[in-house]
Design a protein around this ligand. Structure first.
Ligand SMILES: NC(=O)c1ccc[n+]([C@@H]2O[C@H](COP(=O)([O-])OP(=O)(O)OC[C@H]3O[C@@H](n4cnc5c(N)ncnc54)[C@H](O)[C@@H]3O)[C@@H](O)[C@H]2O)c1
Length: 397
């Protein structure tokens, strides 16, 4: 067991035993000497049973009441993995109960909810870490190391892209994320990761943004029947959601798990481009699409002495110089097999470390709020087809 003010493995509660809750349970069960899952809370007993069986959580209490999980000493800290529109509810209750909190990204769908979470956090004096796990992936740590090393000289521009493979993209068009009221804009729900990476790498925050985007691929009319189980094309359709993403139906917010991805019951985009000017005058672009052949993230960073170009799935970064310095090809080794290029386990460990040392090394409240402020400005720009300026005061927590 690690040296700890607790003198024992940390007792962790998982709030939301869906896709992402399962990921954290999986990571925590790899390190039993550091943490033990003492409780899981979900509205669906079926989901809790499934995860408890899959990860052999014989001793964890399965609770449908969050108040019951938070009362007393059952948990030292919680990991919140409920849908985004429930983040505020779960975070406020957890802070009020005096628990340290890992809150999945994005902080919340609306600025008002973000501010309320930040208020509850400040009042509690407890820790909050936001689920920007890409910062813990060796790929992005290497990009940051190269930039901080200074060989590229002053950084002038960045280009980032997130391409979702067909199955991944399809899942967002059919689950709760397909409605802004559940998750905010798609750019916030999914790409707050990428906005955070750009902020982290530039060491700055945008002062102006411009964006275009829309729903042009998953349009009604390109699909078959409303539900896959009623569709004659379902047998060969590449856009049928796999059970990996949607393993049990969620009666409350998505009554059927086989809604066609080309449904007319969604209000999020499936492709978007963004231009950002940072306060330190680094200029960046970001590109998103949900119907890519393989699915990856890409990043290019240009400096006065050359540029780097990286593909997250290939785990390779190429660095080319214009000043005679030898070019480099860096093959990244993920720290382990966990998701997000090894970021998931490293991030989980960093949260446990933060609880022990009372110091968060990962992204906190400020990073969470910044992603919301930027995504909101981007959406206003997209809707009005105008450049939107962001006052730096908006980033203050
Ligand atoms: N950091 C990352 O890379 C990453 C990746 C995927 C998802 N996420 C985030 O994780 C969160 C969960 O996403 P998911 O894909 O696991 O969703 P999901 O639908 O698979 O799981 C959500 C779970 O929450 C439960 N739930 C819903 N309302 C509840 C309530 N009021 N009380 C208790 N339980 C409730 C549902 O029954 C379900 O089991 C979201 O905030 C999402 O944005 C982050």
């Amino acid at each position: 067991m690690k040296e700890s003010a607790f003198g024992r493995p940390l007792r962790i509660g998982i709030i939301g035993s869906g896709h992402r809750g399962g990921t954290y349970i999986n990571e925590l069960t790899k390190i039993p000497e550091e943490a033990v899952i003492t409780a899981v809370c979900d509205t669906s007993m079926e989901r809790m049973n499934l995860l408890a069986e899959r990860y052999k959580l014989a001793e964890a209490k399965k609770l449908t009441s969050l108040d019951e999980m938070l009362s007393g000493d059952l948990v030292d800290a919680v990991i919140i993995t409920v849908p985004d529109s429930f983040h505020r509810w779960a975070a406020e209750k957890s802070f009020a109960a005096g628990k340290d909190v890992m809150l999945e990204k994005p902080l919340a769908p609306t600025a008002a909810d973000c501010r309320a979470i930040l208020k509850a956090h400040r009042k509690s004096g407890k820790l909050m870490q936001v689920g920007f796990v890409l910062r813990n992936a060796n790929f992005y740590l290497k990009v940051k190391e190269i930039l901080d090393g200074g060989t590229l000289g002053q950084i002038m521009f960045m280009h980032a892209a997130e391409y979702l493979g067909v199955q991944h993209g399809t899942s967002f068009m059919t689950r709760w994320h397909r409605k802004k009221k559940n998750a905010g804009t798609f750019l916030l729900a999914k790409c707050s990761h990428d906005l955070d990476i750009l902020n982290w790498l530039t060491g700055s925050k945008p002062e102006a943004v411009s964006s275009f985007g829309g729903t042009d691929f998953f349009v009604p009319g390109r699909g078959g029947a409303k539900y896959c189980s009623d569709c004659s094309r379902a047998g060969t359709c590449p856009y049928k959601v796999s059970s990996e993403y949607y393993f049990i139906k969620d009666e409350k917010i998505a009554p059927r798990s086989d809604l066609c991805a080309f449904n007319d019951d969604k209000d999020v985009i499936d492709n978007q481009v963004v231009i950002l000017q940072y306060a330190n005058k680094i200029r960046a672009t970001f590109e998103l699409q949900l119907f890519h052949q393989k699915g990856t993230r890409r990043i290019t960073v240009g400096g006065q002495n050359g540029y780097l170009d990286g593909d997250f799935e290939e785990n390779r970064i190429t660095v080319k110089y214009n000043n005679g310095r030898k070019d480099e090809i860096v093959e990244i080794k993920s720290a382990d097999e966990s998701g997000h290029g090894g970021g998931d386990l490293a991030f989980t460990r960093s949260f446990l470390e933060a609880i022990r040392t009372r110091k968060t090394s990962g992204a906190g409240a400020e990073a969470g709020l910044a992603a919301n402020v930027i995504a909101d400005a981007i959406e206003r720009s997209r809707l009005k087809m105008k450049t939107v300026r962001i006052n730096q005061k908006e980033y203050k927590i």
